[in-house]
Ligand binder design. Structure first.
Ligand code: URA
Length: 213
């Protein structure tokens, strides 16, 4: 099992202080995974279980892994941000009462920068033979804002990845190339059901790529 150092986790907690986020979920998986998966940020379930992708999206993701003969134990699972970004919103109950509730939201650019040193270290240490990005947040974090999952999903990119450079105050591309395979975030099927077919095709392609290796 690979785990980031406590110093780095502490730095991550410090850097995200003051943003509307909660919890801190470590990445999880072996130090020599079949591939690394990069999601967006934990949700409500994950900040309670402390394990990435254990909620509704996690169920979808585990089914996709299973479709190519893999389980959670075979892969390293992480995300752009390690804390749950939330926003307060009113929720109308059936009896008419209104309560305030925390809802998930995508992480902001600043929150992604706050936790960039964590993902950078995971990639540097694990040197994954393949990085599977789940959705636009993970994809753009690594390959820049011009990359779009709708255009690139299901293709194998050989590309540098972006690492945050604190002194320069910007992302800098790595000298070495990585294999990056973009696909959709597993939660996308909940709000856009037709994506399911593309997602299944992508995972089939991924399974074929791994067989060829
Ligand atoms: N989405 C993510 O990106 N990560 C999780 O752990 C859960 C949902």
């Amino acid at each position: 099992m690979y785990r980031i150092s406590e110093e780095l986790a502490e730095l991550g907690r410090k850097r995200i202080e003051g943003f509307p986020v909660e919890g801190f979920v470590y990445g999880s998986g072996p130090s020599k995974p079949v591939f690394m998966m990069v999601g967006e940020a934990p949700g409500e379930t994950e900040v309670h279980s402390n394990i990435p992708f254990t909620g509704r999206a996690g169920k979808e993701l585990m089914a996709s892994l299973q479709s190519i003969g893999l389980t959670r134990e075979d892969v390293y699972i992480t995300s752009a941000v390690r804390s749950r970004p939330y926003r307060w919103e009113e929720k109308k109950e059936r009896d008419g009462t209104v309560t305030e509730r925390k809802y998930n939201r995508p992480p902001t650019k600043k929150e992604i920068i706050a936790h960039a040193p964590i993902l950078d270290a995971e990639i540097r240490d694990i040197k994954p033979p393949l990085i599977v990005t789940l959705g636009n947040v993970g994809l753009q974090r690594l390959t820049g804002p011009k990359s779009k999952v709708t255009e690139l999903h299901g293709t194998l990119l050989e590309t540098p990845v972006r690492q945050w450079n604190e002194e320069a105050g910007k992302y800098i591309e790595t000298e070495e190339n990585y294999y990056v395979f973009p696909t959709f975030h597993p939660a996308s099927v909940f709000y856009n059901p037709p994506v399911r077919e593309w997602l299944q095709e992508d995972w089939k392609r991924l399974g074929q790529l791994l067989d060829r290796k």
